[in-house]
Design a binder for this molecule. Structure first.
Ligand SMILES: *Cc1c(COP(=O)(O)O)cnc(C)c1O
Length: 399
């Protein structure tokens, strides 16, 4: 019997959809920095940045205080400003579009592909006007968007492409690493992401001018930071841009450096878990995994499935609640950005404006995936989703 109806839940202990993993060395490393001279903007920030740049195969990595700050800084470097239009996906975390508004530019949504849930290059092309300045793609679930098509549109219309790679650390597209294909890319180090610094983020680029502007932008728009002034014995620092305090601290960078050294193993485990799910749902006519294009090898920040609502007597809401009652921490990624009240009120979006994103939203459920999940945890998730969904199979329809 379903746990929601008084039956025994599949698990005793709640399994979250994502979770950080810190080992003792991570904690010791952070403690050592806390005992040292630099809590912020010290040598460990640079150490983290250079190791991240090397790992991601880019020239420059600039650490910032969150993924959102990274998106804001990238939008600033790209030169998005009032009067500009920037095209992005409606099926993403709000921050992907908010950063366009921070710069005074207008977000323009282009619907997603119904199978991959990544922004569709065909839809992007329809939205390009003389005001379009850039495209922010988001590699949904870690699956890279169709970057060849996106980059050729960018070339044709002289647009800047930012990859919101917050889901896609270590994903590959035609053998190329996510974050190396667009002009700039952004990462988040929130605890559910591939690596964590508590809060934190990174912008990567191979453009030295943009890297310099972003370094200033995260530090009030100033030309030097306090450590550089200290070294040079000078107090003067020119503020040449209106920047923010988006710095990442030294002890967070120490954690990031340690976490980065383990990321390849954790991506490997994420891929294993995704494979187990794929295999189990292959024959299901209730649960549809997203389509992975053959050119892609996703790193699976999340594992979403689409419910085939035609086969079910209830909607996603009931399945969500019942899965939680079974102690499986399912989630939903995402409520489309244009459906949020702020966007609806400010821009007048209506239901049906982005049908693929909206249709996916009605059917989406994110299953737990994180590297420390045991094989038993994975089996529990599979058992629970099969238990709950089969309970609601639409067998009563013809009676
Ligand atoms: C996590 C995330 C962000 C924001 O990152 P924060 O570090 O929480 O600010 C932006 N975009 C996407 C797609 C994300 O998953």
């Amino acid at each position: 019997m379903l746990a929601s109806l008084g039956g025994t839940p599949v698990r005793k202990k709640f399994l979250p959809y994502g979770r950080q993993h810190l080992d003792d060395t991570d904690i010791e490393t952070v403690s050592n920095i806390l005992r040292g001279d630099w809590l912020t903007t010290g040598p460990t920030v640079e150490k983290f940045e250079s190791s991240f740049a090397a790992w991601n195969n880019v020239e420059y990595a600039i650490a910032v205080s969150s993924g959102t700050a990274a998106l804001h800084a990238a939008s600033f470097a790209a030169g998005f400003t009032s009067g500009d239009e920037v095209i992005t996906s409606p099926l993403t975390f709000a921050a992907t579009a908010n950063c366009i508004l921070y710069q005074g530019a207008s977000p323009v949504f282009a619907d997603v592909d119904p199978n991959t849930l990544c922004i569709s290059p065909k839809e992007i092309e329809k939205k390009i006007t003389s005001k379009t300045k850039g495209i922010i793609v988001m590699h949904y679930a870690g699956q890279p968007c169709e970057m060849d098509q996106v980059m050729s549109l960018a070339e044709e219309y002289k647009l800047v492409v930012i990859e919101d790679a917050c889901h896609a650390m270590g994903s590959t597209y035609k053998g190329k690493q996510a974050g190396t294909i667009g002009h700039l890319a952004c990462y988040s180090f929130h605890p559910v992401k591939h690596i964590t610094t508590g809060e934190g983020g990174m912008v990567v680029t191979s453009n030295d001018e943009w890297a310099k502007r972003i370094r200033g932008f995260r530090n009030h728009g100033m030309s030097t930071n306090s450590r550089q002034r200290n070294k040079a014995g000078e107090w003067v620092s020119d503020m040449s841009d209106l920047g923010y305090n988006y710095r990442l601290s030294d002890f967070q960078s120490a954690l990031g450096f340690r976490q980065l050294s383990k990321v390849n193993d954790s991506i490997k485990r994420r891929r294993e878990i995704a494979q187990s799910y794929d295999k189990s749902f292959k024959k299901s006519n209730i649960l549809e995994p997203i389509t992975v294009m053959p050119e892609n090898n996703p790193s699976w920040h999340i594992y979403p499935i689409l419910l085939n609502l035609n086969t079910l007597s209830v909607g996603r809401k009931e399945i969500y609640k019942d899965m939680r009652a079974e102690n499986i921490g399912v989630n939903v990624h995402y409520r489309p950005v244009h459906m949020h009240s702020y966007y609806k009120h400010r821009f007048g979006y209506l239901p049906g404006d982005f049908p693929n994103a909206e249709n996916a939203y009605d059917r989406l459920l994110t299953l737990p995936i994180f590297p420390q999940m045991t094989d038993q945890d994975v089996q529990d998730v599979i058992k629970a989703i099969e238990k709950v969904s089969s309970h609601y199979i639409h067998k009563y329809r013809d009676i």
